[in-house]
Design a protein around this ligand. Structure first.
Ligand code: OGA
Ligand code: MN
Length: 210
């Protein structure tokens, strides 16, 4: 599939749409072609090695601050045109955005995304992705970029589902998790190795309230 635009009625996109409608979240084990996942992983590692990632902050506007006791990852936002692999990824997510709009009438207008690198021991405490003063984030996505992962290495995404269940996702390369940004509290558990991912949000147009 590498190099191709996937149609918005591709079965794996329709499955995500169905899952979101029924339960508010979806997990796909192999979302992207392996070759593309490997390229994205290499790019994340390179950017990290070259010092391009910055400590992630929490909060917005004047309240924005780096707090490693809340979140310890390092991130870099994507811009279109930086590399072929990143543009391919953005194209896939564009197809998913179309599928979500066609299937769920969400009116998603854009997709923002960043690389995230969690060094060993880093975590992200339980939170929801939608800001209190900015409701533009509608659907969250996380694509994992770790070539292999054993559960004893930690680093799970722990999701607190609406029915009271707790669901752990292993951050295995190629896996994609999608969920409604305002609905599902979640956290990233510390790992004993580097943990690489691409996180993103499908957004509706709107006003920043403050
Ligand atoms: C986030 C987040 C989850 C993960 O960046 O907001 O919750 O598994 N990431 O990386
Ligand atoms: Mn989150």
């Amino acid at each position: 599939m590498l190099g191709m635009q996937i149609p918005s009625d591709h079965p794996s996109l329709l499955k995500i749409v169905d899952d979101l409608a029924i339960q508010g979240w979806s997990q796909q084990t192999i979302f992207l072609p392996e070759a593309l996942t490997l390229k994205l992983a290499a790019e994340c590692r390179k950017r990290s090695d070259e010092g391009e990632l910055s400590p992630a902050s929490v909060g917005r506007g004047s309240a924005q601050q780096v707090r490693e006791s809340v979140r310890g990852d390092h991130i870099q936002w994507l811009e279109p045109g930086e590399s072929e692999a990143c543009d391919q990824y953005l194209k896939f997510m564009g197809s998913l955005r179309q599928a979500l709009n066609q299937g769920l009438f969400l009116g998603l207008e854009d997709f923002e995304s960043h690389f995230a690198f969690y060094p060993p021991g880093a975590f992200y405490r339980k939170h929801v992705d939608r800001f209190r003063d900015d409701d533009r984030r509608i659907v969250s996505s996380v694509l994992y970029l770790n070539p292999s992962w054993q559960s004893e290495q930690g680093g799970q995404l722990r999701m607190y589902l609406n029915d009271g269940a707790v669901h752990d996702v292993q951050p295995v390369g190629g896996s994609l998790v999608i969920f409604l940004s305002s609905d599902i509290p979640h956290e990233v558990l510390p790992a004993n190795r580097d943990r690489l991912s691409l996180t993103g949000w499908f957004r509706r147009r709107g006003e920043e309230l403050f």
